[in-house]
Design a protein around this ligand. Sequence first.
Ligand SMILES: Cc1cc2nc3c(=O)[nH]c(=O)nc-3n(C[C@H](O)[C@H](O)[C@H](O)COP(=O)(O)OP(=O)(O)OC[C@H]3O[C@@H](n4cnc5c(N)ncnc54)[C@H](O)[C@@H]3O)c2cc1C
Length: 278
Amino acid sequence: MLVPFHLYEPATLTAVQDLLLRYGPGARVLAGGTDLLPNLERRRVCLQAVLALPALPELRGVQTAGDGRLRLGALVTLAELAASPLLRAYWPILADTAAQMATPQVRHLATLGGNLCAGLPAADLVVVLLALDALIEIQGLDGSYTLSLDQWLAPWGVPRLQSGELVRAVHVLPFTGHAAYQRFGVRAAADVVLANVAVRIPADRDGVRIVVGAHGLRPARAAAAETMLANGAAAPVVAEAAAVWACLPDDRRASRAYRQALVRVLVLRALASRAEVA
Ligand SMILES: Cc1cc2nc3c(=O)[nH]c(=O)nc-3n(C[C@H](O)[C@H](O)[C@H](O)COP(=O)(O)OP(=O)(O)OC[C@H]3O[C@@H](n4cnc5c(N)ncnc54)[C@H](O)[C@@H]3O)c2cc1C
């Protein structure tokens, strides 16, 4: 049973921010609710107020700007990402990743912003967006500002939001080259993955990225493996470096050694299956 809380449906971002300031840590915004509501039910989180995010244009939409930059609103659902013709044509890694996540019912509710803010160590979109060097657009108290996603994710995985702030959107800059994502869970659907990996290889090899999920409490870049790949090392050598470096959990779902073996295989698969991003 849920502990009673005040449910607000503010109509503007200013009203959301006023309520966040009024309640402090006792309030959280609600997007799709697929993470927050189960956590409230299990009493992992107890709140005085839940603030439903308004479906404002600045929180929605899958668009490209004149410079080719992709902007994804925080309230875009996984189903919208998976079905977007723009993503299917130019950013297939994002559409394909969203299509693999959760279940159809969850994908129709769950949002990009919720995936970024839930603090899940292996959140699929966080792994991919880190590999794409995405920027995060924050609604601050004095207007919006952007930060690199890598900087924004604190070492322990909890996003850096000051009191009264929320995520507005994600931006991805265009690049020419290849990007790929690989995940492994015991079940094909509705399972927390045991390991996941994203790679990005620009055509000029400047800015190679290899990101491993569930590294400590957050996904992280395997910097030494990236340098090896940029310098032309063979895929098995790169995969071994990423697997040895990764600080993976050892728990009842899988041993660290098993997860390391998965990372090795997933890096190899990602390097072999990479799709072109023009
Ligand atoms: C059956 C099932 C399967 C799942 N499978 C997957 C999976 O395969 N991969 C995966 O990564 N996740 C999975 N999840 C977890 C979850 O569904 C996703 O992470 C989802 O994207 C969360 O989005 P949401 O809109 O539902 O977030 P919510 O539950 O609404 O919010 C989650 C957290 O983020 C905060 N938040 C949300 N939006 C914002 C914002 N704009 N600004 C600031 N804070 C914000 C909320 O306050 C809350 O703390 C699964 C969940 C379920 C129930």
